[in-house]
Design a protein around this ligand. Structure first.
Ligand code: DX5
Ligand code: ZN
Length: 229
């Protein structure tokens, strides 16, 4: 993974066919996505359950590029090794998931992965003041985590701009997760985001058997974001 600030589209397989993750990952990559975003939920940190490290390991061979694993679980630390062994390139943990995020970020890098730090809509960017040198990515949640298909929370756009200024020259990605569409992508791209996660907006209208709409959706989000730069 070489660092750059070009717009990257990361479809969330939360909106894919859960019975066919391998084919769905191959389809979105063939249709031009940059990263594959994998949402892990535990029914405890968030009110929904998806899957764990075994599923991540199973889909890994079907992803050529970056596997971006978003952990919405608490606790995080006991599972880091398992997600690293499953082949995650990026592991993001939530600031709100426990009292020792500093240790968690050290452990993620220690496991050989890029360290991501995700923050909920109610969490201020100032909470990141002493963490920015330990992270490779900050994931700004633009919905409350737990479900796909929710409405983008507009108050988060100014948070992204503040975060971009705080990051300065550090090689830290800003990822946006939740409610990203061709309408909201320009707002966050202009504010400084470079990784755009999109679930429903990428998978809508398509399927493994008919994946051309995935490509059209990816291109529409990317074009709208790039036009805002
Ligand atoms: C929400 C997940 C997101 C979600 C995005 O908890 O972290 O990745 O799947 O879905 P959309 O793009 O539909 O809001
Ligand atoms: Zn996510």
């Amino acid at each position: 993974m070489t660092f750059n600030r070009k717009i990257k589209i990361a479809p969330s397989i939360l909106a894919a066919d859960f019975a066919d993750f391998g084919a769905e990952c191959r389809a979105i990559e063939a249709q031009g996505c940059d990263w594959v975003h994998v949402d892990v939920m535990d029914g405890h940190f968030v009110p929904n359950i998806t899957f764990g490290p075994a599923t991540c390991a199973a889909i890994r061979p079907h992803i050529k590029g970056v596997m971006d694993v978003h952990l919405m679980i608490a606790p995080v630390d006991p599972y880091i090794e398992a997600f690293a062994a499953a082949g995650a390139d990026v592991i993001s943990a939530h600031l709100e998931a426990g009292p020792h995020i500093h240790r968690t970020l050290q452990a993620i890098r220690g496991a050989g992965c890029k360290a991501g730090l995700a923050i909920n809509p109610g969490t201020p960017v100032e909470a990141l003041d002493y963490l920015l040198d330990m992270v490779d990515l900050v994931c700004v949640m633009t919905v409350n985590p737990g479900f796909g298909g929710q409405k983008f929370i507009h108050s988060q756009v100014s948070k992204v701009a503040k975060l971009r200024a705080m990051i300065g020259d550090r090689p830290v990605h800003i990822e946006i997760d939740g409610g990203v569409t061709a309408d909201t992508a320009p707002l966050v791209a202009a504010a400084g985001a470079d990784v755009l996660v999109a679930g429903s907006a990428v998978f809508k209208g398509g399927s493994v058997a008919n994946s051309a709409p995935y490509g059209a959706n990816i291109r529409a989000i990317r074009a709208a974001a790039e036009a805002a730069l």
